[in-house]
Ligand binder design. Sequence first.
Ligand code: DGL
Length: 265
Amino acid sequence: MNTRPIGVFDSGLGGLTILKTLSKALPKEKLIYFGDTVNVPYGSKSKAAVTRFSLDIARFMQRQGVKLIVVACNTASALALAELQKKISVPVIGVILPGAMKAAQCTRNGKVAIIATEATVQSKAYPRALKRLDKRIRTYQRACPVFVPLIEEGWIHHSAGEQIISDYLDGVVKSGADTVILGCTHYPVIKKKIAARLGKNVKLVDSAEVLAQEVKTRLSQTDQLNPSGRGSMKIYASDAPARFKRLAKNILGRELNRVYLKKLN
Ligand code: DGL
């Protein structure tokens, strides 16, 4: 059982930010990643569609024999986690709660802003999770729909990109939040630019590290850690694997050997 892989998925490249942290925290584990490049972006799609895509991927992961699934996508975590946990027989962990927990620990003035996709913002998953953790916390949300294509297209260093980042974050600055949740797994890719716009007194929070700890704890509690494995990554994309491989290098900081094409329907 413990040599079975861990499944990780996202709509595209963003979840690689989670995969990278997971592989550092759990270097002996086999990791399988699925980037749903044929359906990206999830952030502008309905709950029904995102749930359908997520279930298809989770079932594929189950067929690969995974011992646990990480939903490395805030949108899918916000919209489809409950359904996945109901229908999938291995544990499924999302990114919302780990991010909310870290933000609740970090804030000093009790004001937390969330930047995320439209669907994640509309779901109110973060404000709800934060209120449950500490009902004094006040939240401000801002959807940043153009960030995902900016990152997927590799346009982050373009001057138009700088302008878009600046405009989107205007309200976040005005909200007075001292803690900002990067509520989309794509956003850590532009973390430096976001930090530059928000200033050094604002703490940026993402789910990756808390989530990696959670995965470790869950697996060790059920005696499913792989203590003597060699560690590996197998990457699938539902469309354009060569392009995925090329752009993945910017996030992982190294070249992938291969990205496999896997069409799910
Ligand atoms: N990276 C994803 C998230 O965390 C989804 C981005 C998208 O596909 O819109 O929400």
